[in-house]
Write a protein that binds this ligand. Structure first.
Ligand SMILES: [Zn+2]
Ligand SMILES: [Zn+2]
Length: 385
């Protein structure tokens, strides 16, 4: 009897010790993580103890800078309180992440183009490589498997990156639409910087790049409606309806935008992340009808209707821009919202049925020469569960 009591007592003590040890480990882990995030966040915030010179410069160039941060053209709310997360417009019956591997093409960045033609390669999510006028122009490059403030955890990529930084050709222009983690990635920038000639970024994002080790003389910063010319190619930074920041404390300290690329032969528009608004119509008023539009229209949710467009809104935006061809982007790699992984493409294609707009859906990594763009309407995602 006494032996049994002793054994039970021992067991209780061992259990208590294990629990205490477990609790201590969890507490230490939480503390270390909190400390790590605090340090990360302080670094992000430190970028924005803006020198008075920068503040004066932004205020002069950007009507939407109030001395502390940037804002949208009209009332904007990131999260609607009390809204349901259920989108009643969902069409695809698939999961938020594909069950099958997504077919990814290994890109060939050196295919010869017809004289005067240009091409683009969608590298998944919002990463695009344009070959235009003998230049390689790369937008929002993410070539990593994770988007996150930290290296050990984050949103995992569900399709393979089609290329590594080493595979990419020399980049004449690297253009960023804003500083969110799924558009600006430290590892990717570090890996690419050696082959990047020049960066074009919205106001404020130059501080991010400088912290990443990019030489300040390689960076051109732009406000909405500013233009630069490279030969006869005009690059304009144009509005978007979105927000910015890389931690809770640095919201809207940097600008977000869309871009227009125009020369005597063609007009291309890259929407950046954006909600639907009147800016599309005004961009067309200034630049005329577009030949090709790359548009956000994914990662939407009824709780954040101002932040991203639903596919039907993206179709409306394409109409506002007077575009002939449109390519849906901001999908195919990361699950950042609650909708089926291909819902954005399925609905955009459906919305455009019977209209004069052609929705182009190349596979990730596939190079599309503009002269044969009509061939790239295969709906490859239909065969992926
Ligand atoms: Zn964003
Ligand atoms: Zn995004």
């Amino acid at each position: 009897m006494g032996e049994k009591k002793k054994t039970t007592g021992k067991r209780v003590m061992i259990l208590a010790a294990v629990w205490t040890l477990g609790a201590v480990i969890v507490l230490v882990a939480v503390f270390v993580l909190a400390l790590f995030l605090f340090v990360k966040c302080s670094a992000a915030v430190a970028d924005f103890s803006l020198p008075a010179r920068d503040r004066a410069d932004y205020a002069q160039r950007a009507g939407n800078f109030d001395g502390k941060g940037f804002h949208n053209e009209r009332d904007f709310q990131i999260m609607l309180r009390g809204a349901s997360p259920l989108d009643d417009g969902i069409v695809s019956g698939k999961e938020t992440v594909p069950k099958d591997p997504i077919p990814v093409v290994r890109p060939d960045f050196h295919t010869a183009l017809d004289p005067g033609d240009f091409s683009f390669t969608w590298l998944g999510h919002s990463t695009l490589l344009l070959r235009l006028r003998e230049m390689n122009i790369l937008f929002d490059p993410i070539l990593t498997r994770l988007v996150s403030p930290v290296r050990f955890t984050g949103v995992k990529r569900f399709s393979d990156p089609p290329a590594a930084a080493d595979d990419l050709p020399k980049i004449d222009l690297l253009i960023l639409t804003h500083d969110h983690y799924d558009h600006l990635d430290y590892q990717t920038i570090r890996a690419l910087d050696g082959k990047v000639e020049r960066y074009i970024v919205p106001l404020g994002v130059e501080h991010r790049l400088r912290r990443f080790g990019v030489a300040p003389e390689k960076i051109t910063k732009m406000a909405w409606w500013e233009e630069i010319a490279i030969g006869s190619l005009k690059i304009a930074c144009t509005p978007a309806r979105h927000f910015s920041g890389r931690c809770m404390l640095d919201r809207d300290k940097t600008l977000w935008c869309s871009f227009v690329l125009a020369d005597e032969k063609r007009k291309i528009f890259v929407s950046g992340d954006t909600g639907y608004d009147a800016h599309f119509g005004r961009i067309r008023e200034r630049y005329g009808d577009f030949d090709l539009v790359f548009t956000d229209g994914a990662q939407y949710d009824p709780r954040w209707p101002s932040v991203h467009m639903k596919p039907e809104e993206a179709f409306r935006a394409i109409g506002d821009l007077g575009a002939k061809y449109a390519v849906p982007i901001h999908w195919g790699a990361f699950r950042l919202a609650n909708h089926p992984w291909d819902d954005s493409a399925v609905r955009l294609v459906r919305a455009a049925e019977g209209s004069a707009v052609s929705i182009i859906t190349p596979r990730i990594g596939e190079t599309v020469p503009f002269n044969s763009i009509e061939r790239y309407r295969q709906r490859w995602y239909e065969d992926v569960r």
